[in-house]
Design a protein around this ligand. Structure first.
Ligand SMILES: [Mg+2]
Ligand SMILES: [Zn+2]
Length: 176
């Protein structure tokens, strides 16, 4: 089985410092849905892992988050792709949960759900915490320069071996 883990905001859709609080605010980055379709057509199982502390902060509720993910999954399907599962951390940053990236709880959940180790599984994100969470379980860190990616690259301290691509489409083009 081929698995790939994607961050959501800044990788699949435009990020916002004001949070994505409704389906209307969820807008795909150019080429991201087509990239997911390429992955699906190459038999990758595409899994999303996303921090959504806006829930814990009371900015939107779980029903709204589900509606946003429904829009995302339908948009991917419309482009010919399939998002296999969406894992999310709904907790606020100060909740000290084990799932909010850079902690690895969500990534461990993915490994358990698919009954696989994540050695070499590409994990694509635009923030250092995405990569840190993934490499702890042996996944392969990939930074994209959309979203916060340019800032993340400039700040430095990326895990050893991190690959850097302009966007999801460019990263996927090296995999399929
Ligand atoms: Mg992000
Ligand atoms: Zn959490």
């Amino acid at each position: 089985m081929k698995l790939i883990i994607l961050d959501r905001d800044g990788v699949i859709n435009y990020d916002s410092d004001q949070f994505i609080k409704s389906p209307e605010e969820w807008k795909p980055l150019p080429g991201s849905l087509e990239a997911i379709a390429r992955l699906s057509q190459a038999d990758y199982r595409v899994v999303v892992a996303t921090n959504q502390s806006g829930v814990g902060r009371g900015l939107f509720d779980m029903a709204m988050l589900n509606a946003i993910h429904d829009k995302m999954c339908k948009a991917a399907a419309h482009a010919g792709g399939r998002i296999d599962a969406v894992f999310f951390c709904p907790h606020a940053a100060d909740a000290d949960c084990n799932c909010r990236k850079p902690k690895s709880g969500m990534i461990e959940e993915i490994a358990a759900r698919y009954n696989t180790n994540l050695e070499g599984v590409p994990a694509i994100g635009d923030s250092l915490r995405d990569l840190e969470a993934a490499v702890r379980l042996g996944a392969r860190p990939v930074l994209v320069l959309t979203g916060k990616g340019v800032k993340t690259q400039a700040t430095g301290g990326l895990p050893q071996g991190t690959l850097v691509y302009p966007d999801l489409a460019a990263a996927v083009a090296t995999l399929v």
